[in-house]
Design a protein around this ligand. Structure first.
Ligand code: 5GP
Length: 306
């Protein structure tokens, strides 16, 4: 005898309102949902319309099938500059499975330069050093006088680093002023093996590699606040003598623009978005969200489970 087909659950990556959908055969039969909602797909027989049930609340109705929604999105986006989008960006539904509470292997902080990711990361580690850790980047640069190997950086030769980059042992790397810098995959696993969640503040390009069972990330987008708020926050930090690095109006504007660009291109990867308009409040929200993961069941990509 064949086992019953596995239950299909999907997380939606878009908002849907049947009342404004011209394609649905009967608007009253439609099920409205929001981005992030988890839906139990009960029937997939019709290629265009699935029957589904909301996991929270239990409402049922028709939703556009993946094929239908992908066609619709491809049509709308046909004249966009899609250079920074890949196929994943067209994602409509993501198949998910329910897992009992567990500690994520990585906490990935995504955001523009200057939006406070470094501060949030350091604070989490200071507050709970047994729960959180991070990696020490590798570099081919020579150590400066006060620098000790393994503290700010692990210092290696350029040859060794190039060999390991070729051998795919780096999560990401970059070149700056003629020197190589990068995060080694093994150093993430070392933090996880010690029972800690590894906090990473990497470029969003690394998300594709990270979103696997190997790294089980919780991805938090730290969004820039409005320009006026960002300017005021920077002034407060400077006035308090906490930094000597003065940002120009142009730097601040760059942060806001970069933040919007990252949100547009990568929002489907985000598990949570926190607008950093106040560092203390942003920190509290972040800490609370990560603590919740250890208490509540979680919906994760099916590939992490099976
Ligand atoms: P420094 O040599 O002054 O310590 O750092 C120079 C530059 O290297 C900085 O702009 C810093 O952001 C970058 N950098 C440091 N660690 C990494 C890393 O792990 N990966 C990449 N791509 N760049 C890094």
């Amino acid at each position: 005898d064949t086992p019953p087909p596995p239950q299909v659950y999907v997380k939606s990556h878009f908002n849907y309102n049947p009342a404004t959908d011209n394609l649905i055969p009967c608007k009253e039969a439609g099920l409205a949902f929001s981005r992030g909602d988890v839906l139990h797909v009960v029937n997939k027989e019709d290629p265009n319309w699935w029957q589904a049930r909301k996991v929270v609340g239990g409402a049922t109705g028709l939703i556009p099938s993946q094929v239908l929604e992908e066609k619709r999105k491809a049509f709308v986006r046909r004249d966009w500059d899609t250079s920074e989008f890949d196929r994943y960006e067209l994602q409509t539904y993501e198949e998910v499975a329910r897992m009992p509470p567990f500690q994520r292997k990585t906490l990935v902080l995504i955001g523009a330069q200057g939006v406070g990711r470094r501060s949030l990361k350091n604070r989490l580690i200071v507050v709970n050093p047994l729960r959180y850790g991070t990696t020490v980047p590798f570099t081919s640069r020579r150590p400066r006088e006060e620098e000790k190997d393994g503290q700010n950086y692990c210092f290696v030769t350029r040859e060794e680093m190039e060999k390991d980059i070729k051998g795919s042992r780096y999560l990401e790397h970059g070149e700056y002023d003629g020197n190589l810098y990068g995060t080694k995959i093994d150093s993430i696993h070392e933090v996880v093996a010690a029972g800690r969640t590894c906090i990473l503040d990497v470029n969003p390009q690394a998300l594709k590699v990270l979103k696997t069972a190997e790294f089980m990330p919780f991805v938090v987008f730290i969004a820039a606040p409005e320009l006026d708020t960002l300017r005021a926050m920077h002034k407060a930090v400077v006035d308090a003598g906490l930094t000597t690095k003065l940002l120009t109006e142009n730097d601040l504007k760059k942060t806001v623009d970069e933040s919007a660009r990252i949100r547009r291109a990568y929002s489907h990867y985000f598990d949570l978005t926190i607008v950093n308009d106040n560092l203390d409040k942003a920190f509290d929200k972040l800490q609370e969200a990560v603590e919740q993961l250890i208490i509540e069941p979680q919906w994760v990509p099916v590939s992490w489970v099976y």
